[in-house]
Design a protein around this ligand. Structure first.
Ligand SMILES: Cc1cc2nc3c(=O)[nH]c(=O)nc-3n(C[C@H](O)[C@H](O)[C@H](O)COP(=O)(O)OP(=O)(O)OC[C@H]3O[C@@H](n4cnc5c(N)ncnc54)[C@H](O)[C@@H]3O)c2cc1C
Length: 386
């Protein structure tokens, strides 16, 4: 038996022995920390056993909580998890954004202090990028970090910070030079949300959820050991982090399947969607989704071990637009039943779909809007003039 085949057999047996039965097929992913009210004991246990084996961050070096897996081994692990219908043991901004950024840009001290806590899911991280007057034009940010010798004092505000009320740490873009051109006066710093200078207010969204916050900083103390890379060179680091954020994830929660809904609401004939135009529309979306899934998988395999590039903007753009098309079609097919907010006239599934339809609109804005992704593709991928 080859080493890889042996690894596959071992991994499958290990997953069977350790995956809590209740987690099979579970859609939600544990994002780290202990403040999120929805974490279940099973999800915590799964993250814990996977961490002990280095499987929450499988390609990270062992000394930082990973398993040092090769690209091929990681692929085998991913396939084994999918085959067992196991959820990702860990997700969140720590594992997917600041973790890989620290691996590339962090000091040895930052890696050994932060990465094991990320890989173990001990802490949940949030992203302090957007400000009330700096979203798409992120480089205009005004939150300041003033130099006080061995530390900075951070003052200002961030907005749309996902999960800040449940987070333990923030990675935050701040201005450290107000005289330089705007891209050259930015730094990336890390600080705990427990600092007395941090105030967090939740924002209620159109779909009723409260996943976003506005954060206010009043003399937040950041020791200089938590400046990532170099002062005033945070723009390059911050952009790399965005590329990690925009990377297609191997496992995303799939939107509700269209076929069954189409048959129920638009009619069924001979076991197929009755109306030919609806059938064609659903077929088109399903084919595009499948083609995209395969392209994502190929790209993930081809880039193993390498850093992401501007090309991730293409995936980010296509994914959000496809998801929007899917949910718009679903809502239209349901007619008035697709617009329920509450009350007994709607099923639980219909009410959930309305919320999912509204939520999906946020995907075309989060991590940089679709228009901004098109700008990046035009300039950085296709090389078109500014
Ligand atoms: C679900 C979600 C999660 C988020 N989580 C976080 C988070 O955790 N941390 C964080 O820091 N931020 C977060 N954000 C904020 C997000 O990064 C910003 O909303 C986004 O960058 C857009 O900025 P804005 O809202 O200020 O819109 P604006 O920048 O004001 O843009 C308004 C509109 O103008 C368009 N536009 C702007 N400039 C251009 C241009 N040059 N060319 C063409 N069109 C343009 C935009 O595409 C958009 O349609 C989140 C947002 C969402 C929706």
């Amino acid at each position: 038996m080859s080493a890889l085949a042996e690894f596959r057999a071992e991994t499958r047996a290990w997953i069977e022995a350790n995956l809590p039965p209740g987690l099979r097929g579970a859609g939600t992913v544990f994002n780290g920390g202990r403040k999120t009210p929805t974490i279940t004991p099973d999800a915590l246990r799964w993250a814990e056993v996977c961490y002990e084996r280095g499987y929450t961050a499988p390609t990270w070096p062992k000394e930082y909580g990973g398993a040092d897996l090769t690209a091929d081994e990681q692929k085998v692990l991913r396939e084994a998890m999918l085959a067992a219908n196991a959820p990702l043991p860990l997700g969140g901004h720590g594992l997917t954004m600041i973790g890989p950024t620290l691996l590339e840009y962090g000091t040895e001290d930052q890696k050994s202090r932060h990465l094991p806590n990320i890989a173990s899911g001990t802490y949940r991280w949030c992203q302090g990028y957007s400000e009330p007057n700096a979203g798409s034009d992120l480089a205009s940010l005004q939150t300041r970090a003033d130099d006080h010798g061995d530390h900075y004092l951070v003052n200002g505000s961030k907005i749309w910070t996902t999960g800040a009320h449940h987070a333990d740490w923030m990675f935050c873009l701040v201005r450290t030079n107000f005289d330089a051109p705007k891209w050259e006066g930015i730094s990336l710093v890390l600080f705990p949300m427990s600092d007395p200078g941090v105030t967090v207010q939740t924002i209620t969204l159109i779909n009723g959820s409260q996943e976003f916050c506005q954060c206010f900083f009043d003399d937040v103390v950041v020791p200089k050991v938590d400046l990532v890379h170099r002062e005033n060179q945070g723009w390059a680091v911050g952009k790399r982090l965005l590329q990690h954020e925009r990377m297609p994830s191997a496992q995303r929660t799939a939107p509700p399947a269209l076929d069954g809904i189409a048959k129920r609401y638009a009619g069924e004939a001979d076991g197929r969607i009755g109306d030919a135009a609806t059938r064609e529309e659903v077929l088109g979306i399903n084919m595009d989704a499948r083609a995209f899934q395969l392209t994502q998988r190929r790209a993930a395999e081809e880039r193993e071990g390498t850093t992401p590039t501007f090309v991730t903007s293409m995936f980010k753009y296509y994914n959000s637009e496809l998801l929007t098309r899917h949910m718009e079609t679903l809502t239209r097919m349901c007619g008035t039943q697709g617009l329920g907010w509450d009350g007994t006239a709607f099923t639980a599934e219909e009410l959930a779909n309305t919320r999912a339809w509204l939520r999906v609109k946020a995907n075309t804005i989060a991590a940089g809007s679709s228009e901004i992704q098109l700008n990046i593709i035009a300039k950085r991928v296709l090389g078109l003039p500014d």
